[in-house]
Design a protein around this ligand. Structure first.
Ligand SMILES: [Zn+2]
Length: 226
């Protein structure tokens, strides 16, 4: 992976400066895909798409933040960048909202656009799952922890219910995701049936078959696919 210069941006709400790395070149080595469709590529690191301002705590799409300037990244020679504003160096690195911050934003500032709603609710679902990610794969039938909150409840449950409401139940491309959302809700019979109907792609079919088995065992937590 070859990092590029660091990008400085301004919060669209208050103008506070933040920064994130850029990438000149990367690859998908050691990529991990998860059953909730999150993909982590350590050699293709990207900043979060949706972030929370450290100063005013408003949330925004990183793509909507105006760029302020570039400064040397870890692979750049600072001698080649003589005119970097000192305030830029002090700017914190952009951060994704915590799970509760997603729900607060969705409650107060729900976008009118359905695609944005869908995207945000997916990010909130994946954020919620972050605390449940482990080395367990879809081949591992280890039961969920008895004391944990493996099955969604409260705001997390409401978020995924709303997410399902945004999806076309007849769209075969969404069957896998729909099944996974029902599994997370603890609706295991529905999840199993939807996974068994997922036949779109060969890889997906194999994963879906294994997740159908986990559904039968009433396992709700997110699993590694690869
Ligand atoms: Zn701000």
């Amino acid at each position: 992976m070859t990092p590029g210069p660091d990008q400085v941006i301004a919060c669209p709400n208050c103008g506070a400066l933040e920064q994130h790395g850029t990438l000149v070149a990367g690859n998908t080595g050691r990529r991990v895909s998860w059953s909730d469709l999150k993909v982590v590529s350590p050699f293709l690191r990207q900043p979060p798409k949706f972030v929370i301002c450290h100063a005013c705590h408003s949330c925004y799409w990183l793509a909507d933040a105006p760029g302020v300037g570039l400064m040397p990244g870890p692979f750049n020679d600072p001698a080649d960048w003589p005119r970097v504003n000192p305030a830029w160096r002090m700017a914190p690195v952009v951060a994704e909202p915590e799970e509760a911050q997603y729900y607060a934003f969705l409650s107060a500032d729900l976008p009118d656009d359905r695609d944005q709603q869908f995207h945000l609710r997916m990010l909130a679902f994946q954020r919620r799952n972050d605390s449940f990610r482990s080395d367990l794969t879809i081949d591992d039938p280890k039961p969920d922890p008895v004391t944990g909150e493996a099955i969604l409840s409260g705001d997390a449950h409401a978020n995924v219910s709303s997410l399902l409401g945004l999806m076309d139940p007849n769209d075969s491309q969404l069957l896998f995701l729909s099944a996974e959302l029902h599994r997370a809700l603890g609706e295991f019979d529905i999840a199993r049936d939807l996974f068994q109907r997922t036949t779109a792609l060969p890889d997906l079919k194999v994963w879906a078959s294994k997740l159908a088995t986990l559904s039968e065992k009433q396992i709700a937590t997110v699993r590694k696919l690869t």
